[in-house]
Design a protein around this ligand. Structure first.
Ligand code: SF4
Ligand code: SF4
Length: 429
């Protein structure tokens, strides 16, 4: 695609990088076929090709950044199905990540939208605040009629009961069972610590059973992904810097064989730390060292070997590919292979490449589109006649649980069960 971006703008290395990406797009439109928002609307501007053209036109100054144009960018889930489909290798994610913060500075959102975004920025990355907010949301449901209509869905999304905090996955060092084979840091996520702490406990049990010493550094915090994908930068980069420094210190200290993530939404962002900080003279080398160690839990367990796995009931499991895992990290085989090794009957969900509508904060910011995608996903899951669903990302788990009558668990909970851990409570009722 030809571009005519003003030379003074191209002095900015980020805009220069965007121009290079724009030039790789040949405008074929193959990506539209797998784009969830294009499938829902049939609108060219609601597909990747249209969005790429929009970003190009904004950079060239052919159109002004206004709310109604930026909305097409806002409506993008960031699911990256388009990247998987694109035959020309267009790195749409990098284009989007450059465009969002720039547009955020150029437009003025309506007050309620600004309030919601500020609230999410200061709430989601902090498990303590998030837990309190979830409790207050339960109370708030009683006074729902007093809440602005555009915020009522937030109250509905809060789970009715919160599980107790994790018993094992707490800051510190958890020794390997038997002889130590490896030493790995575990990122426990922020929302996951509150709504899915049993996932972290299952991960610790599984890894330590396989001979891994697990490190959860006390200073480690949110990976920054949720706010980063909203176009917020100051706060997100601060969170990322903190983790890079914490993990790098651990690497330089007692050493690390891997940094393990069991929240694939976070994993995709952390695997990009080297790209995000590539122009930062103080952090680029550290970020590269950290990024080189980042693995999804399924990749790590596949490498270690699951070992004896005959403890679980051999249920029929429909495996849901989180977009962050299948499109963001291109990890599709290890979870499937491990579930089969663990004795489960694996069933594929039709249209597996399409997002469930969770997409970080998307279901909070765009509830109608998220609900339409959930409906689509739930219908496909119902067709599988599975006994339970497995997924590798807490966002998908929480979203899909609202649309199906089946239990849904994290893949690692099933692997832990199969190798001697407790049966996941969702499967016992
Ligand atoms: S498939 Fe790739 S090259 Fe074709 S329009 Fe989409 S992004 Fe551009
Ligand atoms: S990231 Fe997903 S929603 Fe956004 S343009 Fe690509 S396929 Fe469509």
């Amino acid at each position: 695609m030809r571009t005519t971006i003003a030379p003074e703008l191209l002095q900015d290395p980020n805009i220069q990088a965007s121009e290079e990406i724009l030039r790789t797009c040949v405008h074929c439109g193959f990506c539209n076929a797998t784009c969830p928002t294009y499938l829902l609307t049939g609108n060219e501007l609601e597909g990747p090709r249209g969005r790429i053209y929009l970003i190009k036109s904004l950079l060239e100054g052919q159109i002004d950044p206004e709310l109604h144009t930026v909305e097409h960018i806002d409506n993008c889930l960031g699911c990256l199905a388009c990247e998987t489909t694109c035959p020309s290798g267009v790195t749409y994610s990098h284009l989007l990540e450059e465009a969002r913060p720039r547009l955020e500075q150029q437009i003025r959102r309506p007050l309620i939208d600004r309030l919601l975004r500020t609230l999410l920025t200061h709430l989601l990355p902090y498990p303590g605040r998030f837990r309190l907010a979830m409790r207050l949301a339960g109370l708030g449901r009683l006074f729902k009629f007093l809440t602005p209509p555009s915020l009522r869905h937030l109250l509905d999304m809060a789970p009715p009961h919160l599980p107790p905090p994790a018993r094992l996955a707490r800051p510190g060092i958890i020794p390997a069972q038997g002889q130590r084979r490896a030493r790995m840091a575990l990122l426990t996520g922020c929302a996951q610590q509150v709504v899915g702490p049993q996932i972290n406990d299952a991960t610790v049990r599984l890894l330590t059973r396989l001979g891994v010493e697990v490190v959860i550094p006390p200073q480690m915090g949110c990976c920054g992904a949720l706010t980063f994908h909203m176009g917020e930068r100051r706060h997100s980069l601060e969170l990322m810097r903190n983790n890079i420094n914490v993990w790098h210190a651990e690497l330089q200290g007692d050493g690390l064989d891997a940094i393990v993530l069991n929240t694939s939404g976070c994993g995709t962002a952390v695997k990009e730390y080297d790209h995000i900080f590539r122009h930062d003279p103080d952090l680029s080398a550290k970020a590269a060292a950290v990024t080189a160690l980042v693995r999804d839990i399924s990749e790590v367990v596949a490498d270690l070997g699951l070992g004896k796995a005959d403890h679980a009931t051999p249920l029929r499991i429909a495996y849901h590919d989180a977009c962050s895992l299948q499109h963001g990290q291109k990890v599709t085989a290890p979870p499937r292979q491990l579930l089969k090794e663990a004795g489960f009957e694996l069933i594929e969900i039709p249209e597996a490449h399409i997002c469930c509508g969770s997409a970080g904060t998307y279901n909070l910011l765009k509830p109608d589109a998220a609900a339409a995608l959930l409906q689509r996903k739930s219908t496909h899951i119902a067709q599988t006649k599975a006994q339970a669903v497995a997924a590798g990302n807490i966002g998908c788990i929480e979203q899909i649980a609202r649309g199906i009558d089946l239990p849904i668990v994290h893949t690692v909970e099933l692997l832990d069960w199969a190798t001697g851990g407790p049966q996941p409570t969702q499967l016992t009722t």
